[in-house]
Design a protein around this ligand. Sequence first.
Ligand SMILES: Nc1nc2c(ncn2[C@@H]2O[C@H](COP(=O)(O)OP(=O)(O)OP(=O)(O)O)[C@@H](O)[C@H]2O)c(=O)[nH]1
Length: 205
Amino acid sequence: MGCASSIAARDSRQLGFPNSENDGGHDAKNLRVKLVLLGDSGVGKSCIVLRFVRGQFDPTSKVTVGASFLSQTIALQDSTTVKFEIWDTAGQERYAALAPLYYRGAAVAVVVYDITSPDSFSKAQYWVKELQKHGSPDIVMALVGNKADLNEKREVAVQDGIDYAEKNSMFFIETSAKTADNINELFEDFVDYATSRLPPDILAA
Ligand SMILES: Nc1nc2c(ncn2[C@@H]2O[C@H](COP(=O)(O)OP(=O)(O)OP(=O)(O)O)[C@@H](O)[C@H]2O)c(=O)[nH]1
């Protein structure tokens, strides 16, 4: 079973800590983050989610059909809990028209490209523009260069990712769903980044 199909099998399953009292705002101990993943087909979106939620990697990952949803709750060092509600969208062109259904309600978006594919970097830039035009005006975005384990096949320089992210006020990180490098950091550090930029009530649990 591939990353995408493994995710589908766990559709809607709640992991992690049970919900507890909401004390609201940025100082809340419990945050809820509606997150959408966008990017070209094959860049590794489903594998990133599967690595984050289950700690697994499947090299035979299947393409996502439509989108898949799952949630994961983590505890940060200051004992804040963060419940991620993740929409993993399908990157294939034929599903492009569905994307607005998922990104419209999202407070944060993660746009993924593959560091070995300049085309996927261009596609990521397309998604960033689309979100800037049609996403929530407050949306906070991350740019993720995945497949960092394939450094010897790299065709997108780290600095190009950093520069584009900076120009567009985005969080930036390179990850590997295969080795797990920076996967937890992506979610944990991005939440940190987003909480300091979003209006106080948006991430209240
Ligand atoms: N080497 C390497 N391969 C990866 C990594 N992440 C994903 N892959 C591989 O890339 C392929 C596509 O991964 P998926 O997660 O299914 O890609 P996707 O972006 O969800 O694709 P769509 O569902 O079509 O949008 C699979 O063969 C994965 O095994 C990574 O970090 N490193």
